[in-house]
Design a protein. Structure first.
Length: 129
């Protein structure tokens, strides 16, 4: 009985992972702003539970204008209201991002990537644009 359940359990875990229902989630990278560390088509693995332990130098995924962005934290500061905000920058970009990232817009911290594994997701997504 356990042998029959194992493939279903693995499939269920893969679906939950792909849907972002677990503490870590995949994210296909569409741009080269984080090259050479993260290239277009790579599949970034994001830890959604690490938002309270972020430091300068960490790479984060955050929400911006209906998209998610993966950039490096170059500065952490406080607003006049005492809220934590992050200044971010793509490693391949010449200057930091112009808009600070509030803590509530952070999706999670980048853990590692699987090279080229995001291409199928990007291709399928392009079919529906």
């Amino acid at each position: 009985m356990a042998k029959q359940a194992a493939p279903w359990l693995i499939l269920l875990l893969l679906v939950a992972f792909a849907a972002g229902l677990l503490p870590i989630s995949p994210s296909a990278v569409a741009t080269g702003s984080m090259e050479p560390e993260i290239a277009p088509g790579d599949l970034a693995i994001i830890d959604k539970t690490a938002c309270d332990r972020l430091e300068e130098g960490d790479i984060i995924q955050f929400k911006r204008d209906g998209y998610t962005v993966i950039h490096r934290i170059v500065d952490i500061s406080q607003t006049e209201q005492g809220e934590t905000v992050f200044t971010t920058k793509g490693d391949a970009n010449n200057a930091p991002d112009t808009q600070a990232v509030p803590l509530e817009d952070v999706v999670g911290r980048y853990l590692f990537c699987i090279p080229k594994a995001g291409w199928p997701s990007l291709w399928i997504g392009s079919l529906f644009r």
